[in-house]
Design a protein around this ligand. Structure first.
Ligand SMILES: NC(=O)c1ccc[n+]([C@@H]2O[C@H](COP(=O)([O-])OP(=O)(O)OC[C@H]3O[C@@H](n4cnc5c(N)ncnc54)[C@H](OP(=O)(O)O)[C@@H]3O)[C@@H](O)[C@H]2O)c1
Length: 309
């Protein structure tokens, strides 16, 4: 089978296509014929080694953490899966394997794909939607009626976070460039701030929760918009504890952990017509490097997808 592999930390040009054997399927695993994958900023951090402290790779490494496809074979202890089942899956980053024609994934990291979405689109769900879910509902415990500020609302995580917060009955304020304001409003934001021309920190106060998808100066300026007791939850960098204390707010860092229960809930929301995948671009499998470049641009609207099978 064809797979996109990395022999050592490097850059996008270091990712090469190779013919390799179809992976063995362990007793608790499901072998998936991959229809599509999605590319995340994490893939770039894995390639360069910037994520090596958390996710050290063993080379040669097959890349890719988000996929959708059909079950080819299920291990004897991978209960409930049959050949032909349509699934989404999120292999652990150290394991990877999604950028290939077949992937063996622990059954605990697999969920049924939404019946209402083509697999090509469903591949955009696992990391981005589940990270937004984990940050908003499990870490920040977002409640109906609360106000949440979502940064980079047009991005992969942000586009899901806006929809999930709206579904939860929150009042959503979002940052995005002017060109993406209509999209973000359509997803559920009641107010969109163009971060390039407006100072969100000067404009807002009494926010209950900030979802930080940017880090750095954006994170630092976000503390002041929170009400006392509010929460800044970051998916990029642990919030500065001194700044949090000075503003009498809480800070938390979310490190996404794959969980099939969460993926099932997300799939269900798609089938209920409440959640959609915003597609930036679908690249052919052979255009892997162009797909990685698109994510590296930090300008993608929603998800960058790869059509594989
Ligand atoms: N901790 C975890 O477990 C976890 C999980 C998933 C992702 N992450 C991290 O979270 C970050 C976001 O991931 P992602 O997949 O959402 O990225 P992404 O899809 O590549 O984000 C692209 C978007 O960022 C927006 N953007 C760029 N700079 C901005 C700024 N200063 N203010 C507001 N929007 C800005 C762009 O919108 P405009 O064109 O409108 O500017 C674009 O739509 C990445 O660093 C990723 O590694 C962490």
């Amino acid at each position: 089978m064809k797979a996109f592999r990395l022999h050592a930390y490097g850059d996008i040009a270091s990712v090469v296509t190779e013919d390799v054997p179809v992976p063995d399927t362990g007793p608790h695993e499901v072998l998936i014929r991959v229809a599509a994958a999605s590319v995340n900023p994490l893939d770039l951090k894995l390639i360069t080694g910037h994520a090596a402290a958390y996710f050290p790779l063993t080379f040669t490494h097959t890349l890719g953490t988000d996929l959708a496809g059909t079950v080819e074979q299920a291990g004897p202890l991978a209960a409930g899966w049959r050949p032909g089942d349509r699934v989404i899956a999120r292999p652990a980053p150290t394991r990877g394997g999604a950028f290939a024609e077949f992937a063996a994934v622990p059954a605990s990291h697999v969920a049924s794909a939404p019946t209402s979405l083509p697999l090509e689109t469903a591949a955009g769900l696992p990391t981005a939607a589940a990270t937004a879910w984990q940050a908003l509902f499990e870490t920040a415990r977002l409640e109906r009626g609360q106000t949440v500020l979502i940064h980079a609302a047009a991005g992969g995580v942000g586009s899901f976070a806006v929809q999930l917060a709206r579904i939860a009955g929150a009042h959503v304020i979002a940052t995005a460039s002017a060109a993406n304001a209509d999209l973000v409003r359509e997803l559920g934001a009641s107010r969109v701030i163009d971060y390039r021309s407006q100072d969100f920190a000067g404009d807002l106060d009494d926010v209950d929760i900030v979802l930080d998808t940017i880090g750095g100066e954006t994170q630092q300026r976000s503390f002041s918009v929170l009400r006392p007791g509010g929460m800044l939850v970051s998916i990029v960098a642990p919030p500065d504890e001194l700044l949090a204390a000075a503003h009498k707010v809480n800070g938390a860092f979310v490190f996404h952990q794959t969980d099939a229960t969460r993926l099932r809930s997300i799939s269900g929301l798609c089938d209920a017509g409440s959640l959609r995948v915003v597609t930036d671009q679908v690249f052919d499998f052979t255009d892997m490097q162009a797909a990685l470049q698109r994510v590296a641009s930090q300008r993608s609207r929603g998800k960058v997808l790869l059509a594989i099978g």
